[in-house]
Design a binder for this molecule. Structure first.
Ligand code: SF4
Length: 240
């Protein structure tokens, strides 16, 4: 994340050409090395496990840049508008007659404007890519496999509180996958929701989920899959 941020930073609000992306690729190893060294203990060297992790990270950065080169070659210039910037926004709920305002916060890894005018909100993922990014039925959205889609639609809801969403595409870059880019799409009755419709859908689902959380009669039970608890931010509250 840090390496891609640093590589793109000089080009904020400027269209990035194929030549610039190739220059970024040439610089990537050096930037990544300096980012790795910041994380190593004093005197630590890029050997053994650290070197393996470095090589993996290098392949992810290269994949992201190669993907952007393909995008530019397809005729879409990329203008980075935001890098690792906080998004925030409020969602208004009415739960059992009570008005509740919920503040949301998140961090979009990168927001670009493409030359066709589309605002592309990107989240980089280095983990598994067996997730649902193309949601075809409303029920699919409740699947745990749709968590990345939910995350990106929540970002879209936050982004829309300060910017217009005339043409917007939330997307995940799965840096382990050859395809790299997996746009978040939602279709209802085989019709793909675009822009304002996608935003309305996102708002509906976020509002629904938050309302459920605030509804006193909704009960929650601990997951049976205790492996998940190892990564859970709420395990202390939950007393697992
Ligand atoms: S620790 Fe987290 S994942 Fe595990 S049961 Fe509690 S809330 Fe659910």
């Amino acid at each position: 994340h840090d390496t891609l941020e640093e590589l793109y930073k000089p080009y904020l609000n400027k269209p990035v050409s194929e030549e610039i992306l190739k220059a970024m690729k040439a610089q990537a190893k050096q930037v990544l090395e300096s980012k790795f060294k910041e994380q190593l203990p004093t005197g630590g060297e890029l050997v053994g496990k650290n070197l393996l992790a470095f090589e993996v990270a290098k392949s992810y950065v290269t994949k992201a840049l190669n993907h952007d080169i393909r995008t530019v070659r397809s005729g879409q210039l990329i203008t980075p508008l935001q890098l690792e910037e906080e998004l925030s926004g409020a969602v208004q709920l009415n739960v059992n007659g009570e008005n509740i305002s919920v503040n949301l916060k998140g961090m979009a890894d990168r927001i670009d404007r493409l030359s066709n005018g589309t605002i592309r909100m990107i989240d980089y993922k280095t983990g598994s890519f067996d997730k649902k990014t193309a949601i075809k039925f409303v029920d699919e959205f409740d699947s745990t496999k749709a968590d990345h889609a939910f995350q990106l639609l929540t970002y879209l809801v936050m982004f829309s509180s300060t910017s217009s969403v005339d043409a917007v595409q939330p997307t995940v870059f799965y840096l382990r996958s050859q395809q790299v880019e997996f746009p978040i799409t939602v279709s209802q009755e085989k019709v793909k929701l675009e822009n304002e419709e996608l935003l309305s859908y996102g708002k509906e689902r976020v509002t629904e989920l938050l309302s459920d959380l605030f509804r006193k009669e909704t009960s929650f039970s601990q997951t049976e899959d205790q492996m998940v608890c190892g990564y859970c931010d709420f395990k202390e509250v939950c007393q697992r």
